[in-house]
Write a protein that binds this ligand. Structure first.
Ligand code: C2E
Ligand code: MG
Ligand code: MG
Ligand code: MG
Length: 289
């Protein structure tokens, strides 16, 4: 038991190593199996027009149940997937399930768009554009029914490369959305250079709307900017009617959040829509009409 060995011993009991690494390791190992065996689920969360309450699209959100740890959130396992070389197959899986769902809803007479999140690494993947095109064809879904969500941060990580991928996706006919807008470090002029159709106001600003103050000014500024640039503006994290009404006042286009619906299994969406039509056919924010 020499000094060297006890130094090594100390490192082993470093609290960060002891608590974080085994979990990360367990996540990476099981995630590989889950991705390759297709044991991930795609849930969808509806988006509605602010003024009419009409549901026009959904966002796809990946879900994973780890065999020992239970439900693990995408905020935790997406970074693991990025570091473990699993983000490519994971993104393919989410795109495939999402487009299959859109195709099934179309076959049932309901025309909805789907928004799929792309991580930083996916935007550097040269196969991504071909993969998107292949999956659109396979499911027979028009390209303009697919929106791809990117964050400012992932664009800024390597602007030149990312912007060329975004242009190729747009050339396919897909729509592009800037997620978590307002939290990144990009200047507003950057928005003009990106071939985007939509901005999603980050939930941190939306949540603060009811308290008044700065968040109201920020949300108004984003809605105005989006309007002037011809972009659709979506507010995410809308948890109550008061927030919905405030957004209607600003002229924001679409809302998404628990007040409308929580993310749900793809099979649950049409029953939910039908139920909603029976019980609340129109929920317009009156002040917007
Ligand atoms: P995001 O794209 O900004 O998604 C919005 C998050 O807010 C989702 O969390 C959603 O469940 C949650 N949310 C929706 N409505 C409300 C609300 O009214 N209140 C509150 N407090 N939260 C709400 P989720 O599903 O845990 O996803 C977290 C993040 O993980 C996403 O943020 C996205 O960045 C990432 N993510 C999710 N699915 C995928 C995916 O398939 N691929 C990639 N690359 N990233 C994904
Ligand atoms: Mg998103
Ligand atoms: Mg977001
Ligand atoms: Mg987010």
């Amino acid at each position: 038991h020499d000094a060297k060995a006890s130094t090594r011993g100390l490192r082993v009991f470093d609290p960060t190593v002891a608590t974080e690494d085994p979990r990360r390791l367990a996540l990476a190992t099981e995630l590989r199996t889950a991705v390759h065996e297709g044991h991930l689920e795609v849930h969808v969360q509806p988006q509605a027009e602010v003024a009419t309450g009409r549901v026009v699209s959904v966002e796809a959100l990946v879900r994973w149940t780890h065999p020992q740890l239970g439900r693990v959130g995408p905020d935790e396992f997406i970074p693991v997937a990025e570091r473990s070389g699993l983000i490519g197959p994971l993104t393919t899986l989410v795109l495939d399930r999402s487009l299959a769902a859109v195709a099934a809803w179309r076959a049932a007479g309901t025309d909805l768009s789907v928004a799929v999140n792309l991580s930083t690494r996916s935007l550097h993947d040269t196969d991504l554009v071909d993969e998107v095109q292949r999956l659109l064809r396979r499911h027979g879904v028009p390209a303009d029914r697919l929106t791809l969500e990117v964050t400012e941060g992932s664009v800024m990580a390597d602007p030149a490369r990312t912007i060329s991928v975004l242009h190729r996706l747009r050339d396919l006919g897909c729509l592009l959305s800037v997620d978590d807008f307002g939290t990144g470090y990009s200047s507003l002029s950057y928005l003009k250079k990106l071939p985007v159709h939509e901005v999603k106001i980050d939930q941190s600003f939306v949540t603060g709307l009811r308290r008044g103050g700065e968040d109201v000014a920020i949300v108004r500024a984003i809605v105005d900017l989006g309007g002037h640039l011809g972009l659709t503006v979506v507010a995410e994290g809308v948890e109550d009617q008061a927030t919905w009404d405030l957004l209607a006042d600003t002229g924001c286009d679409l809302v998404q959040g628990w007040h409308l619906a929580r993310p749900m299994a793809t099979d649950a969406l049409l029953p939910w829509l039908q139920q909603r039509e029976r019980t609340a056919p129109h929920r317009p924010a009156l002040r917007a009409l």
